[in-house]
Structures are given as structure tokens and as C-alpha cells.
Ligand binder design. Structure first.
Ligand code: ZN
Ligand code: ZN
Ligand code: ZN
Length: 764
């Protein structure tokens, strides 16, 4: 492990893709001057797909460069999206303006983008012909992916084909100097889509602006409004009204899982939350995602039921003129949650919505622009000073990940939870929008229609299909039925390959894949894995010491079961009489049932899951015994950290078992039991730190320089940041996710990459 780089240790390269009105406006000279000023090396060029920049140099300067690309840009340019990916430096000798790579137009389907500032000012300008028009858009903003039926992207190939442009609109559309030149969804109050408000039974009660005002009144009165937006329906209620929010929870059957907030403006969002510079940029970006932000401690005015017990809030700004108009009229934040019943895909059609959301929504604010495909709100958070996409949907999908080498045409069908699919076309991996958990008939149908749509859009004929090892995943079962050559990819191998692809990393790497569960090559439930990934496959070099999951799926719901199983592993039958919260959380008869289950291994599989170990510690610390939604206990363990500064960790063991290392948590559990009154924040920090030290310990034994972090556990900011800093301190090079989710939403990309490997990829 000898760092032998030709560049200083703190150097970094950033690859930036900028789209929008950035051509013919002096953008490249601007980038050149900025790079010169900061002393960065690299290049800038122009292509049909946008302006691309690479710049490398000391980390703080590269960060400043990215920031200033936006803040100092030429006055007339409009940045529609700015995608920055941080990579290893390559050692450029100068900064140059490269020749335009014109000619071939990339057949990229653009994502839906939030309303640009120019369009926002038009809808609030009483003298503008689009004053109060909720479907205003231009070349820089508006619907794309959600309305496109086929390529090339022409109005006739979109759901806007049913609206004939009026003369003024047609003039804008044909004028190369106009902001709406070839804006396919161009529309105005005379010729475009219109709003209607329906009552709970789908009967029209208002039209046009009256509809908007009536919906606003309903929300003000504490009612639940279903609002048809860009890529589907939201359910909205007044976020200050505790009773209304609770009613929404009851009707949507969503007891505690946090709701996202839509704030009327950036300034109002900051009345409730603090935001770093990165978070502020994310909030106002054209992707307009839900950004996880720390709550301001003194902030009042929000209903407690919005995000019970949660020190963070998911906040977004209005993404369409309709939402701008509605929120401006309201003047207060609303809960905006996807218009569906738990686990179902988001509704897109208003008639279907009336059926599916009957009894949930009191009123429906709808319009007559058809949504061709569902696109949820994306969700992001800041980790290590960069963005981390948690849910990849609006604004991101279906932009591809550039792989840089020719890929075999493979379709990857992803996992079971947080499903997304991917297609390898040329040198690019296209990842679909977030589809969801493939548990219901509705989500299974959405999954199939996304696959069909990808095949149609990209005229894509896969030669093979990649799927998970798990035979019960609906995605795996779908893959098996296609009759195409199958590549079955181990779940955690896919996680690591996904993160490698995003970071343009070649093997070998040490992969730390920590999540809730995934089927292992040996048929057991894995989830706390450290894999040595090479060009021919992977070797499982270390994993958490296995433990039992009494009741299997029930154990996922009940952290106390996992805690008890872990205690049983250490203390045997004595575990059931220990004086700890996990034991007290059961009745005597439940304890005896569990004892039988554990002893006889009835419906009690073995696991090495890191996610479940988080659950067990949340239970041992008395934070959560029964979870209300997936990941709640782990989330609360992370919340307990708030503001804690604790560098110590618990003791642990690493021991050889055959040719793998076991990361033994027993000393940590014993330490927790030894100090039952410990501060939960400090105890939680020590638990996180222990997991990090175990991984760093293994990294030192294996000695692979590049260490890759993936799996749902790395949505946890503290865990990821601690891991990164501890690995850096030991002179390893850590890599983590940025634009592809570390959770199972990123699995499909890894499956694509596994299918590119020689035949050994399937082997352990
Ligand atoms: Zn616009
Ligand atoms: Zn018009
Ligand atoms: Zn996973």
C-alpha cells in the first residue's frame, strides 16, 4: 500500500457537465479565466449535450471553482443543471479550451427540470401574457422525460401533441433568438393545458385560476388536496396544522415515517432549517430535490406530526409554475408526499387518481396535460461536502452514467426494494427513475412498463439480462422469464461495482458493502460484508459475526428480536433473564416462544447484516424496540448522535474463521451492557466508531489502497464521514456514492458492470 501518486495527496479532479443556455454566451472563456485565476489544470469544451469541464488541483480550490461556475457565470447564461463528479487527478499540464465536439447529437432524453427564474418571473408579472399560467416553460425548464413517448424529442412525440400552439406561441417556437425556440412543451393560457378542481368523487367544481384558488382554500381549511404535478400526484396539507397532518397519516396509513415539506420560497425554507452552501445549492438546483436539512432548534410553527422526533427535515421548493402559484397563494409550507397508498407507485392519471386516492384526498387539483411516465421527487443529502443522491428521480433520471468503455448491451433489473432498472447503451449506463418496492401489483406493473419504455426510447435490444441472486425478488423472476442469457449478480458485489462505476474506478478495490440484507453466494442473508473485488470477481474477505433473525421478516420490524438474538448468541438461555430494555420489551410468553425459535432455529435464518446490527444496538440502548417503518431504528441511532463529539469506540475482535475474518461485535455488546446508564448520544457514537474501526482494521490487513463504500448503511452521514476520514488518516483512498444511491436504487448499475466481466463474475 504505497501511495505513489504523481500528484499531491490533497489534489482532486472534478468533471462538470453543464447544461442550459451556456452556449454562444461566452461561457467557455469564462471557465478558462476562472481556472487560470485559481491555478487549476484541465480543459473545457462544448458539445451538443452541453459544456463539459475538467479541472484539477488542491481540493479547496476545486471546490471554490465549482461554486464560482454558478455564482460568477456570464450574466446572460442560464445554468439548467450542473453535474459535478469528483475523481482522482490525472495530471493535466495546462488548462485549455478544447475544440467543440459538435456534429453527432446525443440522443439523450433530458430529465424534467424545475421552472427557471425567467419563467417564474413571468408567471408573477401582471403584464405578461403568461401571468398566473401554471404550465409555463421554456427551453431551460419544464417537463421532458415525463411527457416523451419516443425519440427524437419533438412535440409530436410528447403528450403535448394534443395542444395546437397558438400564433404567438408558434412564433416563439420558431424564433432562434427566443427563449422558447424549439421548446417542445411550449404553451400559454390560450392554447395550452388548463387546470380543473374536482371534489373527492371526481366531480368538477372549478376551472382555471378559480380551481387553483379553491384548492388553496381547501388546504387552508385543513383539507387534503391531491395535486397533479410534473411526474405524478402529491398529497398536500397545511404543514402547520397538526390535525390535518395526522389525518393524512391516518388515511395514507403512514404512521411515523417522516413527510417531506414544500416551502413557498428559499427564504421560508430557511426559517425551519439550516443549510450549508452545498445544501443551499441543492435546494435551488434545477433537479429541485427533497434535501435533508438539519432543523433549526428554535424554529416553531410546524406540526409535530410532519416528522415526529426527527432532527432533520426533507425540504423542497416548488418545481413547477403550478406549485409556485399554489404555494405563493398559501404563503406557508405544505406537506407534500407522493400521491399513493403506502408502497404503491405514485399516481399519474387523474381518473386513476380519483379511484386510487378516493377516501384519502378531499379535493383533486388536476390538469389535462397527460403524464406519460411517473417520476417521483428526488431526495438528496450532503455527505462529505458533496451531494449524495438517496432517491434518483426528477431532475436526474434518465441521465446516464458515463462509463468510458464500450458496454455489452445488457438490461439490469435491480433488486426488490427501492427498485430501479438500468440499460447499457454504448458507453453509457442509463438508470431509470426510482420505481419503488416491488411488493404490490401496482409497482410490479410500473416496473414492467419502465422496462418497455427504456427498450422503446433507446431502441434497445439487450443481449443478456442481469439480476440479483435472490430467487424471490420479483425482478429476478421477471429476468428468468425473459429467456435471455442470465447473469446473476451477488447483491453486495453489485453495490460495490455500482460505486466503482460512478467513480470510474478499476479493480482491484476493497469493497465495504453494508446494508439490510442481500442473498449471499452461500444462500445465507448477507449484509455486513467486506469484499476484495478484482477483475475476475470477488472474494468475501470479512463479514460481521453471524447472528440469528428469529421470525425473519418480523425481526426486521422488531429491533428487540435482533437484540435478543444477539444476547442469545453470547449468553445462551441466560439472555432471557437479563435486565435490559430489549428483554423487558417482551412478555413472558413471548420470551418463551422466542427461546424455542432460537433454540430450534424455527423460521430463524442466519445473517451477517450490518443494518440489523444497527437495529440491535438501537434496542439495547433503549431507543427503539419495534419499528414503524424500515430503517427507523437505524435512523434513530443516527439521530441520537446529534451534536455528540466522541472519539472512542467499543472494543471488538477480529478473528479468522476458515479463510474469512469475522468482525466480532461481542465485546461491544458486553461494553454496552456494562454501562446501562450511558448517554445515548455517546453510546451511539461509540457504536458507529466501532464499525468504522473494524473496517479500517480489515483494510490494514488486506492492504488494498482503494476502498469503496456502498450499501444502504452509507446513507448515514456520520458513518460515511467517519469512515472516509479514518481511512484517509490511514492513507487509504476512500470512494463513496454521489449521484447514484448507495441503497438498492444503485444495484442495477452494479449489475450492468458485473455483466461486462468475464464469466467468473458469478463465482464467489
Ligand atoms: Zn423556463
Ligand atoms: Zn399559446
Ligand atoms: Zn442492498
Amino acid at each position: 500500500m504505497a501511495p505513489n501518486q504523481p500528484f499531491p495527496a490533497d489534489a482532486v479532479r472534478v468533471h462538470v457537465a453543464i447544461r442550459g443556455a451556456v452556449q454562444g454566451v461566452g461561457f467557455r472563456p469564462f471557465v478558462y479565466r476562472l481556472a487560470q485565476e485559481l491555478g487549476l489544470l484541465g480543459w473545457v469544451n462544448n458539445s451538443a449535450a452541453g459544456v463539459f469541464v475538467e479541472a484539477e488541483g488542491p481540493r479547496p480550490l476545486v471546490r471554490a471553482f465549482v461554486r464560482r461556475l454558478e455564482s460568477d457565470k456570464p450574466e446572460i447564461s442560464i445554468i439548467q443543471s450542473l453535474e459535478a463528479t469528483f475523481l482522482d487527478p490525472v495530471g493535466y499540464a495546462e488548462f485549455e479550451i478544447r475544440e467543440s465536439t459538435g456534429g453527432e447529437k446525443l440522443a439523450l432524453v433530458m430529465p424534467d427540470l424545475a421552472t427557471c427564474p425567467a419563467c417564474v418571473s413571468e408567471i408573477f408579472d401582471t403584464n405578461n401574457r403568461r401571468y398566473c399560467y401554471p404550465f409555463t416553460n421554456c427551453t431551460n425548464c419544464g417537463p421532458r422525460f415525463s411527457i416523451i413517448a419516443a425519440l427524437p424529442y419533438d412535440r409530436a412525440a410528447t403528450t403535448m401533441r394534443i395542444f395546437a400552439m397558438c400564433e404567438p406561441c408558434a412564433r416563439e417556437y420558431q424564433d432562434p433568438a427566443d427563449r422558447r425556440f424549439h421548446a417542445q412543451p411550449n404553451a400559454c393560457p390560450t392554447c395550452g393545458p388548463q387546470l380543473t378542481m374536482w371534489n373527492g368523487d371526481g366531480i368538477e367544481i372549478a376551472r382555471l385560476n378559480e380551481a387553483l384558488l379553491a384548492a388553496a382554500d381547501a388546504i387552508r381549511e385543513g383539507k387534503i388536496a391531491a395535486v397533479k404535478g410534473l411526474g405524478g400526484f402529491h398529497l398536500m396539507v397545511d404543514a402547520r396544522n397538526q390535525q390535518a397532518v395526522q389525518e393524512l397519516r391516518a388515511r395514507k396509513r403512514r404512521e411515523q415515517k417522516p413527510f417531506a415539506l414544500m416551502a413557498p420560497s428559499f427564504e421560508q425554507a430557511l426559517q425551519y432549517c439550516s443549510a450549508s452552501e452545498v445544501e443551499r445549492r441543492l435546494l435551488r438546483s434545477p433537479e429541485c430535490p427533497i434535501v435533508l436539512l438539519p432543523r433549526l432548534s428554535g424554529a416553531t410553527g410546524l406540526a409535530a406530526a410532519v416528522a415526529p422526533g426527527n432532527p432533520t427535515l426533507g425540504v423542497m421548493l416548488p418545481a413547477t409554475p403550478l406549485h409556485h402559484l399554489l404555494l405563493r397563494d398559501l404563503g406557508f409550507p405544505v406537506v407534500a408526499t407522493s400521491g399513493n397508498l403506502a408502497e404503491e407507485p405514485i399516481c399519474t392519471d387523474e381518473h386513476e387518481a380519483v379511484e386510487r386516492l378516493r377516501g384519502i384526498a378531499d379535493v383533486f387539483l388536476v390538469h389535462d396535460r397527460p403524464i406519460l411516465r411517473h417520476v417521483d421527487d428526488s431526495a438528496v443529502r450532503e455527505v462529505c461536502g458533496r451531494e449524495l443522491v438517496l432517491r434518483r428521480a426528477r431532475g436526474f433520471a434518465p441521465l446516464p452514467i458515463q462509463i468510458g468503455t464500450q458496454l455489452a448491451p445488457v438490461l439490469a433489473v435491480g433488486g426488490q426494494q427501492k427498485n430501479a432498472i438500468a440499460a447499457a447503451v454504448g458507453e453509457q449506463a442509463f438508470i431509470s427513475q426510482h420505481i419503488g418496492d416491488l411488493e404490490t401489483e401496482g409497482s410490479h406493473q410500473a416496473f414492467q412498463s419502465v422496462i418497455r419504455a427504456f427498450q422503446d426510447l433507446y431502441d434497445f435490444k439487450p443481449k443478456a439480462i442481469a439480476c440479483d441472486l435472490h430467487p424471490d425478488y420479483l425482478s429476478t423472476q421477471y429476468a428468468e422469464k425473459t429467456g435471455l442469457p442470465l447473469v446473476k449478480v451477488q447483491h453486495h458485489h453489485a453495490h460495490i461495482l455500482s460505486c466503482m462505476a460512478e467513480n470510474h474506478l478499476l479493480p482491484p478495490v476493497l469493497g465495504i458493502a453494508w446494508d439490510g440484507s442481500g442473498m449471499g453466494s452461500d444462500g445465507t442473508v448477507w449484509g455486513g460484508e467486506i469484499l476484495h473485488v478484482t477483475s475476475s470477481g470477488f472474494r468475501r474477505v470479512a463479514h460481521l459475526r453471524p447472528f440469528l433473525l428469529p421470525g425473519n421478516a418480523k425481526a426486521v420490524r422488531e429491533p428487540r428480536r435482533v437484540a435478543l438474538a444477539i444476547l442469545y448468541e453470547i449468553f445462551g438461555n441466560q439472555a432471557f433473564s437479563l435486565d435490559v430494555p430489549a428483554v423487558h420489551a417482551f412478555s413472558a410468553s413471548e420470551r418463551s416462544t422466542l427461546q424455542t425459535m432460537l433454540r430450534q432455529r424455527l423460521n430463524t435464518p442466519t445473517t451477517t447484516s450490518a443494518g440489523r446490527l444497527f437495529d440491535a444496538f438501537a434496542s439495547l440502548l433503549g431507543l427503539r424496540q419495534v419499528a414503524n417503518f424500515e430503517g427507523q431504528a437505524a435512523m434513530e441511532l443516527e439521530f441520537a448522535l446529534a451534536g455528540t463529539k466522541e472519539d472512542n469506540s467499543y472494543p471488538y475482535n477480529i478473528r479468522s474463521e476458515g479463510d474469512t475474518l469475522w468482525l466480532d461485535w461481542e465485546p461491544a455488546v458486553r461494553a454496552v451492557l456494562a454501562e446501562p446508564a450511558a448517554d445515548p448520544g455517546i453510546a451511539s457514537a461509540r457504536f458507529h466508531n466501532t464499525l468504522v474501526e473494524m473496517a479500517v482494521d480489515v483494510a490494514k490487513r488486506i492492504g488494498e489502497e482503494n476502498v469503496v463504500l456502498s450499501g444502504g448503511c452509507f446513507q448515514n452521514r456520520y458513518l460515511t464521514e467517519r469512515m472516509v476520514s479514518r481511512l484517509l488518516a490511514s492513507e487509504y483512498r476512500p470512494y463513496w456514492h454521489q449521484r447514484v444511491p448507495p441503497n438498492d436504487g444503485g444495484i442495477a448499475l452494479g449489475q450492468i458492470m458485473a455483466a461486462q466481466l468475464p464469466g467468473e463474475s458469478r463465482k464467489d
